[in-house]
Structure formats: structure tokens, C-alpha cells
Design a protein. Structure first.
Length: 625
């Protein structure tokens, strides 16, 4: 053991299994190098960071909060929150809180995680303080000095407590409890051991070849796995620098990047879409900057968006896959390795397999539930195949062994027995020039169980014609995968981690319109509306309402098309109703097809006898003898 600013630093810490050893080892190797950064402030060095962890850890222990204490941390996003997290996780179990959470939410979270004390900034975190007092929990106050180096903290009344002897953290001890994003249901608590935290950090260092020369900027919420492990533990384990922004502000982020010149950045799809929407600002402020790589996580990165981001930045965008229980799970390789857009790469530091609904391994190329084994990840038996952690995500391996994520089990759309992955629909929507963002989701259907719906955000300066967009999709997807309803929205509802809240979009589809439905216009629309009403058993139908959204299915659609053939003398293709599901769209198609023979007759009437004879002669020549 060697000593560093009053803290014990174990040798060979890169091979140990606690966060304390990880950070202490990094401090030993990079004593005076900057670790934590913020705009307008001096950096905090590795030596200062470790010394602060030691001092706060000693105070926690003196107050009786040892390795098994569960310390809730309530600070705004920034370097102080990062420093407080590191100080706690190196000596106890850290429970980071959402600073925007209300008291009612925190009551449930405190109870489910069994919080034992609260660490909060003096004068802040009113809701967390209220709940801590309700639970009769001690509150440890800290003071953050905005003029001190980034991340500098000072405990109030330090040294006032009686010293207590407590053991150091061990690899199996719980080091971090985080909340899942809750995009498909109620958030849940995930417990990560010291061993799991270190294994994840070192896997990320290896996968992205992180070194002491690297720098990144964190804009993710400081209570989420992406900020705490990807953007904090991993770069600090490698001796790199991390700048902590107070949140995602696109314009401000470009200024931060211009100042700190990060070598890599980790974001979600919606963040990169914001970059694309403000391309000129990016080029003006960062036109001469080059990232070593960009990282995409938390949600699928559509290939169309990936291509545009790489064209804008000149950097490879590396898509990976992880979750609260373990990140990374799979990673695409850095250049010159072969990246495959649309995949999340190969397994990284984990064993990975796919199971069907009966717990049997799936055949190559088939979709199954992703299951993993990794250090510190809690696994359960799956049939006769050993213990695995079942992720709840679905995927398949392609011909090169790269993992393709097809969606969450809860997000898969079951349309009358046909399973549809939202990403498949979204990727095709994003290939349309007018679409900037897209989300597909399931909506309740009376006969199919679920049907496909989608929401899109238009590109700046563009407008989206939903009928034309639906025809575009029919050239790329099977008809049953084409959304029955396409909402054009100004922006997507997002969770705190940047994921699209599909449940909110589905609720919007389910909500009845406040405006009365437009009545049919013209003879053709009136006739088709009557067919819709007859088949669907409805008293009236608006001209812009979707046949499928109103409860129609392919069998009922066949009856509508038969009625059109009978009443209009037109034998239209079966997929016409998928392309034109509303009264107005279908009537326009019927009128267009009905006019074609009339237009041809008028053209023939305008020809001379010699021109008609020449046409007939050419047609005779084309016929087989």
C-alpha cells in the first residue's frame, strides 16, 4: 500500500473489484492531471478528487454510515453531483436522486431502496429533505463553492460526529442503486454491486480504447447509469477528463465543446437529431473540431440518422447496447473494425444468448429475448440452460454475429398474431426526406388486439403528407406493418434520459378528438363513408378517420373493397385500403381510377382514323403469332 494525500492507494488497482480501488489507482497514476471540469472554473485534479473522497468517506463512517449504509444524494446536475457520488460510492451505497422528483415520488423511492440518510446541498433539495424528515433520517449537508475547482465540496459540521470503526467496501457489496427509465412501465430499483460497477467501467475502457488523453462532456441526468458509469467511472478509470454540464442545452453544449474540445461524446438519438436540426450552428462553432468517436446508447440509432451525424461531424458514430443492470452489453468496434449500422455490435464483457418464450435457445437468425451473464449481474435459472439475466429486450444475431435489437418485449406490437418491432417501422419512416424523428407504437384494436400507429416530427421547413408517407412505407414494408394512424407532432414526449415515451403517444391516439369529425364531401366520399359505416357498424364516419383506427381489419377491409368493385365497377388491389385508409383518401383513389377510362376514350375520340389504324397495327405487332 502507498499513501496519497492521506488516502490508502492499493497497487494494481485496475484489477481490483471496488470503486474505491478503481479511483484510488487512477489517482496514483494521474496525481496532478485534471479529472473534473466545468466552464469558468479551475479543474479538480485526480489527487484532489481522491483526497475529497477520503475526507467525506471518513465523515460518513464517523457518523455510522459504513459500506451497508444507503446514502441518498440530492444535488443538481454538475461536477458537485459527480464528486458527491464518487465520495459516497467509494465508501457506502449511493442512491442518487432525481432533483426534479416530487415528494410523493421520493416517498416510494426512499421506501423501496431503504435509504438510511440523505446527503444534500445546504438550502436545497426541499422535497428530499421533507421526505427524509418524515422518515426520521439524518441529513448531512454539504456546501458547494462555485468559485472553487469543479466538484469541490465541504461538509457542514464536519468532525462533529463520534468516530466509528467500519469495514471497507467489498466486491459483493451494493455500491449503487439506480432507477430504470420507466418508458414501458413503472420505474424499478436496480442494485449494482461494487464488482459490477468496476467490471462495467473497465469493459467500456477496453471497448472504446479510452486513455488519459481523452475528454468527454456529460449532459445526461446524474441519476442515470449513462452518466454515472459511462461518463464518470469509465473515463476516470482511464485517467481522462470529464466536463459536467448542468443538463442538455444544445446551444450551450456547442459552446462547452468549443471550450473543452472533447475527444468523444455519448448521447441518445434525440440529442443527435437536435444537432442535425441546428447544423449551421454546429458548423459555425465546431467546424474545425474532430471527435475520435461518438457513442449512441439508451435507444436505437436509425441508420438514416447515423449517416447524417457522421456526415456532419466527420466522426464514426458507434452504436452500443446496455441497460441499467449492465452496461455495456454489446458494442460496435472502433475503426478500422467493421461497424454495421442497424446493429449494436458484438457482446462486450458478457456472455449473451437468446431464448424463446419457453426458455429454449432460438435458432440462428431468429428473434429471441436477450439474456446475459456478467460479473456482478444477478442471474436466475432458465430451464436446463443454467443461470442467466433475462433483459426483457428482443433481438437476433445477423450473419456476422452482430446483435440486432428489435425492441422491448413490452414494446413489440402484436397485430392479430403478427409480431412487429417498432424499430423496423421507424427506420423506414426516417428514410423519408420530410421526416426528422419517428416513433412507432401499438394501440388497442377491438379485433386485432393491437394495431400499428406512429408519430413523426417534420424536418425543418418541410411538411409531412401522411397519405404520401403511407404510400412510401407500402413500398418498403408489408401492408400489415404500415401504421393505421400517423400523427404529425411538433416534438416527441421524452423521459428524463431522452427516450421517447411511446405510452404517452399511444394515450394521445386513444384520446378522442375535441373537434367533431368532418362529414364526407361529395358523392364518392358519401358512398364510401356509407360502406365504412355498414362494415364497421358505426352511425357515421369522418372523412379523415382511419378505417383501421376505427376498428377495421383486413377481413372487414375485404368487404369494403368488394363493395367498391360492386358499386363503382373497379377491381382495386387489396392493399389500396392500407395506402388510403380514410374516406377522403380512398374516394380520391376511386375517382382517379374511374377517370382513367373516360380520359382514354376522350383521347381516342380526338385521333384521326389513320392514327387509330396505326395504333391498332402496332398493338397487333406486339401480340404473339
Amino acid at each position: 500500500m502507498s499513501k496519497l494525500n492521506g488516502g490508502a492507494v492499493p497497487r494494481g488497482s485496475a484489477h481490483t473489484h471496488t470503486v474505491s480501488s478503481l479511483i484510488a489507482g487512477a489517482a496514483e497514476r494521474h496525481l496532478a492531471s485534471p479529472a473534473l471540469l466545468a466552464r469558468g472554473r479551475a479543474p479538480m485534479s485526480y489527487g484532489e478528487l481522491w483526497q475529497q473522497c477520503v475526507e467525506i468517506g471518513a465523515e460518513l463512517r464517523a457518523r455510522g454510515h459504513g459500506p451497508h449504509a444507503r446514502v441518498a444524494v440530492a444535488l443538481p446536475a454538475g461536477p458537485e453531483m459527480a464528486a458527491a457520488y464518487l465520495a459516497v460510492v467509494t465508501h457506502a451505497c449511493c442512491v442518487p436522486l432525481n432533483p426534479d422528483a416530487q415528494a410523493s415520488e421520493l416517498r416510494r423511492w426512499f421506501a423501496s431502496t431503504r435509504v438510511t440518510c440523505l446527503l444534500a446541498e445546504r438550502g436545497g433539495a426541499a422535497a428530499a429533505r421533507q421526505v427524509a424528515l418524515e422518515h426520521d433520517l439524518p441529513i448531512i449537508e454539504i456546501v458547494a463553492d462555485a468559485h472553487a475547482p469543479a466538484g469541490r465540496l465541504r461538509l457542514t459540521h464536519a468532525g462533529a460526529a463520534t468516530a466509528a470503526s467500519t469495514p471497507e467496501c467489498q466486491p459483493p457489496d451494493i455500491g449503487l442503486i439506480i432507477q430504470t427509465s420507466g418508458t414501458t412501465g413503472e420505474p424499478k430499483a436496480v442494485e449494482l454491486t461494487q464488482q459490477a460497477l468496476v467490471a462495467s467501467a473497465l469493459s467500456l475502457v477496453q471497448a472504446y480504447e479510452l486513455t488519459a488523453s481523452d475528454c468527454t462532456i456529460n449532459v445526461r441526468p446524474m441519476y442515470h447509469v449513462a452518466s454515472l458509469i459511462v461518463n464518470t467511472l469509465a473515463p476516470l478509470a482511464s485517467g481522462g477528463r470529464v466536463a459536467y454540464a448542468p443538463g442538455f442545452d444544445g446551444q450551450a453544449l456547442f459552446d462547452w465543446m468549443a471550450e473543452f474540445r472533447p475527444s468523444w461524446f455519448s448521447g441518445v438519438t434525440t440529442m443527435y437529431q437536435w444537432w442535425l436540426a441546428h447544423e449551421q450552428d454546429y458548423r459555425r462553432k465546431l467546424g474545425d473540431h474532430r471527435f475520435r468517436f461518438l457513442r449512441a446508447g439508451s435507444a436505437a440509432m436509425p441508420p438514416a440518422i447515423m449517416r447524417r451525424v457522421e456526415a456532419l461531424t466527420g466522426a464514426p458514430l458507434i452504436e452500443g447496447y446496455g441497460m441499467s443492470e449492465r452496461t455495456p452489453i454489446a458494442v460496435n468496434p472502433l475503426p478500422p473494425g467493421r461497424r454495421k449500422p442497424g446493429t449494436v455490435g458484438r457482446p462486450c464483457g458478457v456472455e449473451l444468448t437468446l431464448f424463446d418464450a419457453d426458455g429454449q435457445p432460438v435458432k440462428a437468425g431468429r428473434i429471441g429475448e436477450i439474456a446475459i451473464r456478467a460479473p456482478g449481474v444477478r442471474c436466475e435459472p432458465v430451464g436446463d440452460h443454467g443461470a442467466w439475466f433475462r433483459t426483457g429486450d428482443c433481438g437476433r444475431f445477423d450473419e456476422d454475429g452482430h446483435l440486432v435489437i428489435t425492441g422491448r418485449l413490452k414494446e413489440m406490437i402484436n397485430r392479430g398474431g403478427q409480431k412487429i418491432a417498432p424499430r423496423e417501422v421507424e427506420d423506414q419512416l426516417l428514410e423519408h426526406a420530410a421526416v426528422a424523428q419517428a416513433a412507432a407504437f401499438g394501440v388497442v384494436h377491438p379485433s386485432l388486439g393491437e394495431d400499428v400507429a406512429a408519430a413523426v416530427v417534420a424536418q425543418a421547413g418541410a411538411s409531412v403528407d401522411t397519405a404520401e408517407l403511407r404510400r412510401f412505407l407500402l413500398q418498403r414494408l408489408a401492408p400489415y406493418k404500415v401504421p393505421a394512424t400517423i400523427l404529425v407532432v411538433d416534438s416527441m414526449p421524452l423521459g428524463p434520459t431522452g427516450k421517447v415515451l411511446r405510452s404517452a403517444l399511444a394515450q394521445r391516439c386513444a384520446s378522442p378528438s375535441e373537434d367533431p369529425a368532418d362529414p364526407p364531401s361529395g358523392v364518392t366520399e358519401a358512398h364510401i363513408a356509407s360502406l365504412f359505416c355498414e362494415v364497421l357498424g358505426r352511425p357515421h364516419v369522418g372523412r379523415h378517420e382511419s378505417f383501421f383506427a376505427l376498428g377495421g381489419d383486413s377481413i372487414a377491409g375485404t368487404r369494403v373493397m368488394s363493395g367498391i368493385a360492386r358499386d363503382f365497377g373497379l377491381d382495386l388491389p387489396a392493399h389500396t385500403l392500407f395506402a388510403c385508409p380514410s374516406v377522403a383518401e380512398l374516394a380520391a383513389q376511386v375517382d382517379a381510377c374511374a377517370r382513367q377510362p373516360e380520359d382514354l376514350a376522350r383521347e381516342i375520340d380526338a385521333l384521326t382514323d389513320d392514327e387509330v389504324a396505326a395504333l391498332l397495327e402496332r398493338e397487333d405487332a406486339r401480340l404473339p403469332s
